[in-house]
Design a protein around this ligand. Structure first.
Ligand code: PLP
Ligand code: COI
Length: 339
């Protein structure tokens, strides 16, 4: 195990010894291999550099209580990356090869999987981009798929301390656009909004639907989970948000582990002030409690307050993370052990 101050890691990049690289050329993927070289060399005219043809994934490896190393629902990341690639006219990276590449990269950097109980995890970043020269607007015909890993702490400073969001005047994703895939372009266009939110003292943006600006979509990097006063979970359904694996898992956990009712439906922004609790969820965010949402001069405060997560949010967090760390039994197929 590396000598790292695991407890105090934040969500930033740390170079680890090995990464996986695989190239696509003449209609096929090569074998792929681990390399120590963290530099990517491509033509100045590469599809990714000119027209942002790139997709990525984010998942984590956890060290369990009994010292196994596991990934969480990696098959769903593999599937989502296939869908992202298809939408950007890229050759889908085969799901089986994706899982092998993730396993191999985690295994090769095993010393960097944080110890159980430290609060840190190993973040895994698979990604893929158009690598040959493209000057007219069209898909590349050569691609590179890579996986690197980096140990991380909480995405939001303070971990379980509730965050504050603001309703954003920029749109994140158009109806029938690319909001439902994990492509770098969705994040490039969110940068001005996040810098502005931070400058104004908010942690993240709440995006509304672009067509009517009436419904809650998601934040820049996580889906929403609301809790009604009767304990029912409500989570926005939309074709222009990322289908979060964490959100899908939380809905299952709420129903099958905690016996809660779950509503997945369109959520009017006007309903938000009636909810008892709010959280944002994702691989990086896990479940981060939201204490308040600022809407153009009006502050919506959740009854759960600004000091700690709401009771149900806390229960969901605890159950989900206990499954991820192997403390309570996971549903069949959710944990993939890396041997
Ligand atoms: N929404 C956006 C825009 C994201 O970037 C992420 C992060 O991956 C999520 C939601 C959460 O998705 P997941 O739970 O699959 O990590
Ligand atoms: C993740 O949760 O894996 C993401 O990619 C979100 C990103 C904002 C860090």
């Amino acid at each position: 195990m590396q000598n790292i101050d695991w407890e105090n890691l934040d969500f930033s990049y740390m170079k680890t010894p090995l990464r996986f690289v695989n190239n696509y050329k003449d209609g096929k993927w090569d074998k792929g291999a681990l390399t120590e070289d963290d530099k990517v060399t491509i033509t100045e005219c590469a599809g990714v550099l000119q027209y942002s043809q790139s997709v990525f994934e984010g998942l984590k490896a956890y060290r369990t209580k009994d010292n196994r190393v596991v990934t969480f629902r990696a098959d769903l990341n593999a599937e989502r990356m296939v869908n992202s690639a298809i939408r950007l006219e890229m050759p889908p990276y085969p799901a089986e090869k994706f899982l092998e590449a993730v396993d191999m990269t985690v295994k090769a950097n095993e010393d960097y999987v944080p110890p159980y109980g430290s609060g840190a995890t190993l973040y895994i970043r698979p990604y893929m981009f158009g690598s040959n020269a493209v000057i007219g607007v069209k898909p590349a015909n050569e691609y590179q798929f890579r996986v690197f890993v980096t140990p991380v702490g909480p995405y939001f400073k303070g971990g379980a301390i509730p965050i504050t969001l603001r309703v954003c005047d920029y749109d994140r994703a158009a109806p029938h656009g690319t909001g439902n895939i994990k492509a770098g372009l969705n994040y490039a266009m969110s940068l001005q909004a996040i810098v502005e939110a931070h400058r104004l003292g908010f942690d993240e943006n709440l995006y509304l639907d672009a067509a009517e600006r009436k419904y809650v979509e998601e934040t820049g990097g996580a889906n929403f989970i609301f809790v009604k006063k009767d304990g029912t979970i409500v989570t926005p359904r939309s074709d222009s948000i990322l289908p979060s694996i964490t959100r899908r898992s939380i809905c299952f956990v709420a129903e099958h582990y905690l016996g809660l009712k779950v509503e997945q439906r369109r959520v009017l922004f006007d309903e938000v002030s009636e909810f008892a609790e709010c959280g944002v969820c994702g691989t990086a965010a896990v479940i981060s409690p939201v204490g308040a949402i600022f809407d153009h001069g009006k502050l919506i405060k959740f009854p759960s307050g600004m000091d700690k997560p709401g009771e149900i949010t806390e229960k969901l967090y605890e159950t989900l993370t206990k499954i991820q760390y192997g403390e309570i039994e996971a549903p069949e197929g959710w944990l993939r052990e890396i041997k």
